[in-house]
Design a protein around this ligand. Sequence first.
Ligand code: FES
Length: 168
Amino acid sequence: MTAGLCGAYGTFACMLGEFVYPAANKSKGWLFVCTVDHLAEGEALDFTSPTGAKVVVARQGAGTTEENFLALSSVCPHLGCRVHWESQNDRFFCPCHNGAFDRDGKPVSGPPQAANQSLVRFPLKVENGLLFLEVPMESLVVSPLKPSELRHPDGDGNGPNSDPSGVA
Ligand code: FES
C-alpha cells in the first residue's frame, strides 16, 4: 500500500510540475538541414520547417563548427517579405522596402532600422558533419496576413513609391 501511495503521489507531483512549469523546450525540435560541406563559405539556403518557419541558413566561415553558420528568420519583421542573404554585401536584404540587416540580423537600413526590428535568430548545431536547426514545433504563424491586407506604413496601401493622386 505504501508503494502504491508513493507511486500515486509521484505521478501527481509530475503532473503538477508539468502544469506549473511547462517545459519550453518541449515545443522545439532539432531538424536536419544539410551536411556541413553542402554550403560553401558565403553561400546560403532557404529552409522551411514542417511548421512553416521560414529560415535562411548562411555559411559565414570556412570552419566546420556551428559558429561558422547562421540561421535567421527569412521573414522581414517590417511587413513580412522574404529576406535573403547577400554575401557580396555581407548583409541580409529585403527587397520590398530596401530593408537591410547585418550578418547578425540587426537592422542597418530601411523601415526595419527605423523601427529597430531585428531578424529572429535560430540555434544551430553540428554533429558528425551534419547541420541541425532548432525550430519551434508549433506553428510560428499567429495571424498570417493576406497580400490584400499588406499596407505601406504611409497608409495609402500602394507601396513606398506610389503617388495617391495618380499623377506619374
Ligand atoms: Fe521588408 Fe518592408 S517588408 S523592408
